[in-house]
Ligand binder design. Structure first.
Ligand code: PLP
Length: 410
């Protein structure tokens, strides 16, 4: 994803011309989620009758569990169809306050005042950054990483400082760091930040008085014991904005149910953005969200079991292909294999973006490329593509099989 740079001259022109048909300066800074652009490409090809194996989008292929759907329907019939408080209904905020410490250790007590309910996890990122980052303030963000971080930082006129490993992150935290964005398990690599590293980062954030935004939307989708959160360390509840949602763990991407957990000053601020934008999350969605949190969790475990099998399958199938090196991730439902050997001089593809396009148009498989997760750093030589394995084993075998056959023909 290439984030549009602010062209100040153009911006001045926009102001001076007072032309009501032009867009505001913020639109030069706002990025986007280019995975959705790939979805549009895929849609177009499918409308032309092309058969595409879709492995580009991070969306579970499972239906939302029945008891969650039932709770929403019941709530609709009970008349939960009006506005709700912009922080979320009390019952839902209380449910989140109970739910969060069940799945990660937290140092301190979480009450409903620490919770704000939002339409998905994304608004917590966007409104959280807009509520805390001023012009020129530095924010450390993962690159490769989820593209909304840098979009929000740029829109808020903050200064995004990318890091591409935990080691690099630790080196880059200093007195100017206003916020550190963590994402574990990580999109696109599926990597998990180890407890020791989290502890060190927590210490550094306190030393330099930095905020932390901890994006834990994949925390339930892990293939080893116990999820570790930065919230377990003393003093971190006060300086952290936790981002979470039901989109991934409960197969609820389209429901738009998410939440932020933080000090009341931050949850109040995010709620203020809610008042100004979508007003509230619908009551029946919140009732479904509560049913997910309070109901039987075996639906989550059985989806994670399936994801684990798919992970094992895709890693072993991709590693059978010459030129593709695929590490085994511990969380989320993505793999981010190194495809450097297929790219560059003397090889069939210019770079990962060229490979991604050709896989879509010539092999019929949609994936994302490194560019969809931020611009490459100056010393970054390797090429990567991302697969989402939130699809059936049959599709994984067919998709990777098509890639293998296609590469053999090059
Ligand atoms: N954070 C990360 C790392 C993600 O990958 C996503 C979605 O793909 C989100 C946040 C946003 O989740 P939601 O769809 O609930 O807004």
């Amino acid at each position: 994803m290439e984030v549009k740079k602010l062209d100040y001259k153009k911006t001045e022109k926009v102001f001076n011309a007072n032309n009501k048909n032009t867009l505001a300066p913020i639109m030069h800074r706002l990025g986007g989620e280019t995975a959705f652009e790939v979805s549009r490409e895929v849609e177009k090809l499918k409308l032309q009758g092309k058969d595409i194996i879709e492995m580009h989008i991070g969306q579970p292929d499972f239906n939302t569990p029945e008891h969650i759907i039932d709770a929403a329907i019941e709530s609709l019939y009970n008349g939960d169809t009006g506005y709700t408080p912009s922080h979320g209904i009390m019952e839902c905020r209380e449910a989140v306050a109970e739910f969060i410490p069940k799945y990660r250790k937290v140092d301190g007590d979480i009450g409903p005042e620490n919770v704000v309910i939002t339409p998905g996890g994304k608004p917590v990122i966007f409104f959280g950054i807009f509520s805390t980052i001023g012009k020129g303030e530095e924010v450390l963000y993962p690159n490769p990483g989820y593209p909304i971080y840098i979009s929000a930082i740029n829109a808020a006129e903050g200064r995004g400082i990318p890091y591409n490993s935990v080691e690099e992150l630790k080196k880059r935290i200093n007195n100017k760091t206003r916020m550190i964005i963590l994402n574990s398990p990580h999109n696109p690599t599926g990597e998990i930040i180890e407890k020791d590293d989290l502890e060190e980062i927590a210490g550094l954030s306190q030393k330099h008085n930095s905020l932390v935004m901890s994006d834990e939307v994949y925390s339930r989708i892990i293939y080893r014991d116990g999820f570790e959160s930065v919230l377990q360390f003393s003093g971190m509840l006060e300086r952290t904005i936790l981002v979470d949602c039901h989109s991934k763990a409960y197969a609820m991407t389209g429901w738009r149910f998410g939440f932020g957990v933080a000090s009341p000053k931050y949850t109040d601020a995010i709620s203020e953005w809610m008042v100004n934008t979508s007003a509230c999350v619908p009551g029946f969605i919140q009732k479904a969200g509560i049913a997910a949190m309070k109901g039987d969790q075996s639906c989550v475990y059985s989806m994670v079991d399936k994801f684990r099998k798919r992970r094992d399958l895709i890693v072993s199938e991709l590693n059978k292909i010459d030129g593709i090196f695929c590490p085994e991730p511990d969380g989320a439902f993505y793999v981010f294999p190194d495809v450097t050997e297929l790219c560059g001089e003397g090889n069939p593809f210019e770079d990962a973006s060229d490979l991604r396009k050709k896989l879509l148009y010539e092999a019929g498989v949609s994936v994302l490329a490194r560019e969809h997760f931020g611009s490459k750093g100056p010393n970054e030589e390797n090429e990567f593509i991302r697969f989402s394995y939130a699809t059936s084993e049959e599709n994984i075998l067919e998709g990777v099989g098509r890639i293998r056959n296609y590469l053999n023909r090059q």
